[in-house]
Design a protein around this ligand. Structure first.
Ligand code: PRP
Length: 180
């Protein structure tokens, strides 16, 4: 691993927490078969581990979205790849890697909610509340994390580091404009 990365959540801790979340979801949705909806790309590692800790039948589907206009924070959201499955009447669980401002998830909840699912809930591995701009109900949260730039376990910095098996923090200078 790069020497300037500091481990924030180790592999074992991640595995243990994902196992607990999988067990909780299996209990809560017993007798049903929810569709797990994931947003590309960051959640792919968490989703892959989570589904293998879930003991009830689940379907999996993906969306891709981009934020644009007036800076990423204030901008609008556009769907680049929509779900393949119809979710009307189905139990939908959105699986996210991280909720920051909550703008992405806020848009998604509104968009998915309009399709009349039987239920709609969220499972996020990480909750970075310090940056939240909009109130959102997060039913399952793996970890609350501090306001630092995190990489690994699916999260990237300029598309790199998604493959790290743990979560690490980048030093501030690395994320500054013009940084490495
Ligand atoms: C991350 C993450 C969420 C979003 C959260 O995706 O996967 O979708 O940001 O931020 P918000 O709460 O401020 O809206 P990112 O845009 O980094 O893309 P990626 O998943 O492809 O890395």
């Amino acid at each position: 691993m790069e020497k300037n990365l500091e481990i924030v959540i180790g592999e074992q801790e991640l595995r243990q927490r994902v196992r607990e979340l999988g067990a909780e979801i299996s209990r809560d949705y017993a007798g049903r078969s929810p569709i797990l909806v994931s947003v590309l790309k960051g959640a792919f590692v968490f989703l892959a581990d989570l589904v293998r800790e879930i003991s009830i039948p689940v379907a999996v589907d993906f969306m891709a979205i981009t934020r644009y206009g007036a800076g990423r924070r204030g901008g609008a959201v556009r769907i680049e790849k929509d779900l393949d499955l119809a979710i009307a009447g189905r139990d939908v669980l959105v699986v996210e890697d991280i909720v920051d401002t909550g703008l992405t998830l806020g848009y998604l909840m509104k968009n998915l909610g309009a399709r009349d699912p039987a239920s709609l809930a969220v499972c996020t591995l990480l909750d970075r509340r310090a940056r939240r701009l909009t109130k959102l109900p997060l039913r399952y949260v793996g970890f609350e994390v501090p306001d630092r730039f995190l990489v690994g376990y699916g999260l990237d910095h300029r598309e790199l580091h998604r493959n790290l098996p743990h979560l690490a923090a980048l030093p501030e200078e690395a994320t500054a404009p013009g940084g490495p």
